[in-house]
Design a protein around this ligand. Structure first.
Ligand code: LHQ
Length: 259
């Protein structure tokens, strides 16, 4: 069984985490599948949006806890982060294309933070988010200590990390961790609709929107204004801007090519 199902259709690269009996926990094969999918997304112009979800009843339960060699005298968890998780998160954030995540069930540990690394997150009402690390004596990784305080504030981030309490999808929406919580039966249709909309959008513009939004976390206002100017200058030279304005003036829908 392929640990990550990957299929391109109508500009959307659909990635399904596919280890349902382990709630799609990360193992080296799943990491390899995701790394290969990222390489496709980076290299193929036909890919204009990514849509990530999980097979079965869970989204992702984080690191596969049965997969680690606990018999060694000194365990080095930093190595796995350096070689697998951190490059994945860096590539997701740097990808100049939107990544939609459809959280179909529980997202725990690195699985929760992998979801938060995506650009727009939808979740089924029955889904939940758990900073499970503390329950096994670890600290949040996969970007959690960066994303959570910025999305939810330090107090909520701290309590989630220290208690490992389960956060419902509804609260995750209320707290600003995710874009929308939708009824379970609607998750597939809603996330498909969003991904298709983005895949027919002005891809260059969407990529630069990511750069602007993520850049703002570490920039002051003056630096951010300069960044906006630079990005606007760049995107203004593209065909999609001309098409967008022409479509507006001609009172028709724009046909963006992503250039
Ligand atoms: C699992 C897992 C799992 C293996 C469920 N592994 N089998 C860590 C270390 C190294 C380097 C880098 O980073 C990290 C980061 C991390 O991600 S640490 C956090 C790791 N994840 C967890 O601690 C979560 C562990 N899982 C759970 O707490 C529960 O399974 C949750 C709350 C996610 C779901 O609970 P339930 O809905 O009650 O499902 P379940 O516990 O019955 O799980 C279903 C099956 O999936 C079960 O297998 P079985 O053969 O008994 O049916 C679990 O053993 C398996 N599974 N998570 N992470």
């Amino acid at each position: 069984m392929e640990p990550a199902l990957v299929a391109l259709e109508a500009g959307v690269l659909r990635i399904t985490l596919n280890r349902p009996d382990k709630l799609n926990a990360f193992n080296p094969a799943l990491h390899k599948g995701l790394a290969d999918a990222m390489t496709r997304a980076e290299g193929e112009a036909e890919v204009r949006c990514l849509l990530i979800t999980g097979a079965g009843r869970g989204f992702c339960a984080g690191q596969d806890l049965g997969d680690r060699d606990m018999s060694v005298p000194v365990i080095d968890l930093g190595e796995g982060l350096d070689t697998r998780y951190n490059p994945l998160v860096r590539r997701m954030r740097a990808l100049p294309k939107p990544i939609v995540c459809a959280v179909n069930g529980v997202a725990a540990g690195a699985g929760a933070n992998f979801a938060l690394a995506c650009d727009i997150v939808l979740a089924a009402r029955s889904a939940s988010f758990i900073q499970a690390f503390v329950k096994i004596g670890l600290v949040p990784d996969c970007g959690g200590s960066y994303f959570l305080p910025r999305l939810a504030g330090t107090q909520r981030a701290m309590a989630l990390a220290m208690t490992g309490e389960r956060l419902s999808a509804e609260d995750a929406e209320r707290w600003g961790l995710i874009w929308k919580c939708v009824d379970d039966a609607q998750l597939r249709a809603e996330s498909e609709k969003l991904a298709l909309q983005l895949a027919s959008g002005p891809t260059r513009s969407l990529g630069l929107i990511k750069q602007a939004m993520y850049g703002s976390a570490s920039n002051d206002l003056s630096t951010q204004l300069d960044l906006e100017r630079d990005l606007q200058r760049e995107v203004g030279k593209g065909k999609d801007y001309r098409e967008g304005v022409a479509a507006f003036l001609e009172k028709r829908k724009p046909r963006f090519t992503g250039q």
